[in-house]
Ligand binder design. Structure first.
Ligand code: FMN
Length: 216
């Protein structure tokens, strides 16, 4: 596979252009092809051991988006955006889950499950060590998906707002997650900025690279 890369300028410009949208234009929707690429970026997110301990919910019906705003500190982004993504993560990662992942690996790589037994031992050893901390670990993985989602959206010229200002228990209820293996971690509203969103023109507030980056 050959890859067409962005120029250095295009990449940096995308990140300068993006900002956390406070006001979306409710009249603008993300088209199907663009949405499909964004969804692929979620599915293609890398994760530790490749375990993908997450599920992603996409909410695009006006009724459900409005319900989400009411349980997101009344922020307008969920109801006014085009698509709202809720990133959820597994509370525990058990043997059965690991085996389902290994079965998928065997199928997609055309190898036997038996050939993966060494990997299985390593993964289960890691998870045993992390007992009681599985949700923290899978939540970290979900944030990798959030980062990839934000970057992908920016490169496609789609606006976004990552959202932790949400009522997790209420989200779980609305998404039917109560009693399931998954719980809400973070949301992300995607769509197009309203021309009146003055946050778009605010200068970025970032520490200087020399305060954050050490070269050795
Ligand atoms: C994980 C996460 C959660 C956030 N939650 C919210 C939120 O609930 N509402 C909101 O308006 N902005 C939210 N933000 C946006 C941040 O405030 C914003 O990204 C930060 O101030 C930097 O500004 P910029 O993204 O415009 O460059 C969140 C950002 C992140 C990364």
């Amino acid at each position: 596979m050959t890859l067409a890369t962005l120029s250095v300028k295009q990449l940096v410009d995308s990140y300068q252009w993006r900002y956390a949208v406070k006001r979306f234009d409710p009249s603008k929707q993300i088209d199907a092809a663009t949405w499909s690429a964004i969804e692929k970026s979620l599915v293609l997110t890398p994760s530790s051991f490749g375990l993908q301990p997450w599920k992603f919910f996409v909410i695009s019906s006006p009724e459900n988006k409005a319900k989400l705003s009411a349980i997101s500190w009344n922020q307008s982004q969920p109801s006014d955006c085009s698509h709202m993504v809720v990133l959820t993560a597994r509370k525990t990662v058990d043997e059965a889950y690991v085996d389902s992942f290994l079965a998928k690996t065997a199928m997609q790589r055309n190898v036997s499950v038996e050939s993966l037994v060494g990997y299985r031992v390593v993964v289960l050893g890691f998870l045993k060590n992390a007992m009681g901390r599985h949700l923290a670990w899978s939540s970290n993985q979900a944030y990798i998906a959030l980062g990839q989602l934000l970057a992908s959206a920016a490169m496609l010229g789609v606006d976004a707002c990552p959202m932790e200002g949400i009522a997790v228990a209420e989200y779980d209820k609305l998404l039917g997650l109560f009693g399931s293996e998954y719980t809400t971690i973070v949301g992300c509203a995607l769509g197009y900025r309203h021309s009146d969103d003055h946050y778009a023109s605010l200068p970025k507030v970032r520490f200087d690279a020399c305060e954050l980056v050490t070269h050795l």
